[in-house]
Design a protein around this ligand. Structure first.
Ligand code: BJ8
Length: 383
């Protein structure tokens, strides 16, 4: 059995996509294309894409700007929120700098209050996301999506047609299908690539400014992985880990590294860096495209929803389909909604799925790497 050492060139391209996107965005800005900066998986990307805008994920994954943020915000706030605010206030995020508009959603308390202050630096449009996945909630969210469309039309003096929205939905769905095809290669046992390699493509894809290139590029990677696997190139058999919890990226990649440096392999990500943002498509075969978009996004199983059954549904499915040996949950310090949900997640994983579970709480510093390694190594050893 030969281990994969090098990845196809196109994979490397994804790993560096965030840096590349800085230049892409500058070019688009110079060409007069509207830039919309976003933070969250609930953002209905198709609406901004429909008017020809480029959407960019704003910087939020480094501790570099946290000291600056702590001048204005409480210290005991989630690092993702402080980092986001710090990047905005110091103008250190090129994506924020070039954005014509920033869109937020009423998700967790810390984020929605932080958006109020972001208005000092940029135009901010905050969408009212209901916290319940009910019929009433769906009605409100659909109204918010239409309100966002009308806001864009007025602000940028454009008309967004239904055909443009449907076209954007199709592009996004094709991208989701390709990314899903990629992460589904991890159902193979032994796994074909490492969890870090998978993560690099998933994370890199969120910085692809031209979303229509995703299917071609990702399918090329999948074809190569499948071909090499058939030829015997794969990873060693290791305990198969599912990662859940808060979004991972930048500083918190240390958790993936700790798992894979200590004898495990991440075969699936349930969080916003993985399946949560890709799993479901928008129904294209519908008379009411706005309702279909609203349904698809409202059903995302984030801990800001109460109750939050869709997280358990996805988690259970992934545990089964990926033959998971253990679940690692990463909680960002002061993230109350995910932290409170750990009790229900632990019970579900232990009692309903019969699998071991560990939660690790961390921030954006690198000071706890020793402790993370010790705890995760002990967890993997008992699998
Ligand atoms: S859909 S996970 S991207 S809200 S970690 S800022 S919840 S205190 S990031 Fe998230 Fe959208 Fe949900 Fe995904 Fe608040 Fe928690 Fe911080 Fe969080």
């Amino acid at each position: 059995m030969e281990l994969i050492k090098e990845l196809p060139e196109v994979f490397e391209e994804f790993a560096e996509q965030r840096q590349k996107a800085f230049l892409d965005i500058k070019k688009l800005k110079d060409a007069g294309i509207p830039i919309v900066g976003v933070f969250c998986t609930y953002f209905p990307q198709e609406i901004a894409m429909a008017m020809g805008a480029a959407t960019v994920s704003l910087c939020s994954t480094s501790d570099e700007t946290i000291p600056a943020a702590e001048k204005d915000l409480p210290k005991n706030l989630c690092p993702l929120i402080k980092s986001s605010y710090g990047f905005a206030s110091t103008q250190k995020c090129p994506f924020f700098y070039f954005s014509d508009l920033v869109v937020g959603e009423t998700t967790c308390d810390g984020k929605k209050k932080m958006y109020e202050y972001l208005k000092q630096f940029k135009d901010v449009f905050t969408m009212e996301l209901p916290n319940r996945q009910t019929e009433e909630g769906l009605r409100l969210w659909k109204k918010e999506i239409v309100r966002f469309k009308e806001y864009l039309e007025e602000k940028f003096d454009v008309t967004i047609t239904e055909e443009q929205v449907r076209n954007a939905v199709h592009i996004q769905n094709e991208g989701r299908k390709a990314l899903k095809r990629l992460y589904e290669t991890m159902k193979l046992d032994p796994a074909p690539i490492t969890g870090m390699e998978l993560f690099k493509v998933l994370y890199g894809s969120t910085f692809k400014v031209d979303r229509s290139v995703i299917p071609g590029e990702v399918n090329e990677i999948v074809d190569k992985i499948e071909k090499e696997y058939a030829e015997g190139k794969m990873q060693e058999r290791k305990p198969r880990i599912l990662v859940t919890g808060c979004p991972i990226g930048g500083a918190t990649e240390k958790v993936i590294k700790a798992i894979e440096d200590n004898g495990g392999i991440v075969v699936t990500y349930e969080n916003c860096s993985g399946a949560k943002s890709i799993d479901k498509l928008v129904d294209e075969d519908t008379d009411d495209i706005y309702e279909a978009i609203a349904k698809r996004y409202l059903n995302i199983g984030c801990s800001i929803m109460t109750p939050n059954p869709n997280r358990l549904e996805l988690l259970g499915r992934l545990i089964d389909e990926y033959q998971v040996d253990g679940v690692v949950e990463m909680i960002l310090q002061a993230c109350h909604t995910y932290n409170v949900e750990t009790l229900g997640i632990r019970r579900f994983v232990n009692e309903e799925k019969g699998k071991p579970y560990i939660s690790v709480e961390t921030d954006y510093s690198q000071g706890d790497i020793g402790q993370l390694n010790t705890r995760i190594a002990a967890f993997i050893e008992m699998l």
